[in-house]
Design a protein around this ligand. Sequence first.
Ligand code: ZN
Length: 245
Amino acid sequence: MNFIERPSPNFNARATDVRHAVVHYTGMQSRDEALQRLCDPEAKVSAHYLIDQEGAAFRLIAEEQRAWHAGVSYWRGVRDINSTSIGIELCNPGHDGGYRPFPSAQMTTLKELLSGIFARHGLSSDALLAHSDIAPSRKLDPGELFPWRDFAKSGFGLWPADAVPVAGHADLTGALRRLSEIGYAVPTTPEEGSDILNANCAATDVIKAFQRRYLPDQIDGRLDNLTAARISAVAVAYALHRPTA
Ligand SMILES: [Zn+2]
C-alpha cells in the first residue's frame, strides 16, 4: 500500500500494545487544512493516518508510537485509548460543516489500510471503534453515514442478526448493562448514583452513539423497543465473539 509521508511531531511512547483502530472524520473543509492542524505542535492533536476523499493515504505517525486523537475516552475498561489504538482520520466536513457520504475511493483505501493494521497487530473484528463509541458525550464522528454494516461484512466491526422488537423489552437498567458489556461507558444507574439528571443525560448520549452505528435511521437517544432489541442483539454478537469474556 502506498502512503504519502507527512510526519507529525504530535506523538509520544505507547504504554501498551495496539488493541483497537479508531475511525474519525476531520470535520474540516479541506484536506490541507486538516493535515496542517494534525502536524501543528501547538494544536497537540494527531492521528496515525489520514485518508482524503479521493482515497490517498497520508502517514503522519508510525504505528509503534502513541498518537493523540482519542481525548478523554473509554472502552471496555480502557481509558488510555491513545495507547491502545491506531487513529485514522477521514476527510469529511462533518456534522457542523456539510456532512456527506464517504466516497467509495476513500472507503476502499480504508479497508486496505485496516487489513494491514489488523494483520500487523493481530486484531480481531471487534477491534474497530468510532470516536463516538469511546466519547459519546463529546463526539459524533465518523457518524451515521459511515458504512458500518458493509465494513462488518469485511471483518471490521461486528454486526448483529436482525432483531425483532419485543414488547416490554425496553428497560433502561438492562440496556445500560448490555451497552457496558459491549464496551461503552455507561452512567451509574439512578439507584447507584446520586445525580439522577446527569445520569439520564449521559444515558441518552450513549444510546445515541449506539444508534449512530447500529440504527442510523433513528438517532434520538430514546430507548424504544426497537433500540432495546438492537442493543440486545449487538451484545449477543460481542458475547459470541468473546467466548471467554
Ligand atoms: Zn474524532
